[in-house]
Design a protein around this ligand. Sequence first.
Ligand code: ADP
Ligand code: NA
Length: 326
Amino acid sequence: MDKKVVYSGIQPSGLLTIGNYIGALSNFTELQEEYNCLYCIVDMHAITVPQEAKDLRKNTLDILSLYLAAGIDPEKSIIYIQSHVPEHVELAWLLNSITSVGQLQRMTQYKDKSQKSKEVLSGLLNYPVLMAADILLYQSSFVPVGEDQRQHIELTRDIAQKFNSRYSETFVVPEIMVPKVGAKIMSLQNPEFKMSKSDPDKNSYILILDSEDDTRKKIKRAVTDSLGEMNYSNEQLGLKNLIDIHSAFSGKTPDEIVNYYRDLGYGAFKEDLGEVVVGGLRPIRQRFEEIRSDKSALEKVYKEGAEKASYLANKTLRKVYKKMGF
Ligand code: ADP
Ligand code: NA
């Protein structure tokens, strides 16, 4: 029997945080063994907020290099750049014809981002339709993403079901795959909000490519509470988030971590957490520079990836066109 398809993508909008790593990227490598995986750099998504051309180009190769540094193997998985496979945009347009504006306006990410922008771009509203196209184009069964993407996956399922019932069985209806711990890593300074690279406060996030010193410093400065008691509780969100980060990197359960540090206190916990994160990211940080500097090797990866992806995308797209009467 054919292996099931796993699909995920990351936007090339600045460097990735440990939130992106724990919620998404760190899970990509294990899945390669069991599934047919496609990992995309979704540059067409990035332009739903204004981008400088030279930054977009640089960030795209940065994310590709991070994928490789994290251990995604182009022999096992298809790694490619979204804009190289125009079928994504074609399918998105077709799916727009069965997607209601009201449903898109209800997406919380749209509401958040549109409130923050001076001019709300129609691409920002349509973003989840392109995301649905990304996933459905490859008949994906599972989508490993962070908790913040749940609503978009629900929408993707709705769109797939709507198309299937109107035009006959065409798309696999995909399922979200979130990690048990760390599906939503929070800001280190304001733990009611998710960790995000677009946060103006640099102490609120750790980048995968931050220096080891900055990593340790940011963890030391992370907001906890005045209770001074080790618990894994929604009453102590800052601490809970740090325990999640520890757990994601060390593989220990939150309970084990709480028990171990109960008498040692926050200071010792943060000290060790710094080392756990630094140690966990070290192999990626070490591999990144070398991978990033070899332009021709990167080109080979994304060209071959686009060829393989195009072949699969076309199979679905031809069917869709035909069913819709083109
Ligand atoms: P961002 O949300 O940082 O702008 P993306 O939308 O490209 O970046 O997200 C890439 C992946 O990282 C998605 O699967 C998303 O769910 C996940 N992700 C983003 N932020 C977090 C977070 N704070 N905790 C866990 N996962 C996250
Ligand atoms: Na996101």
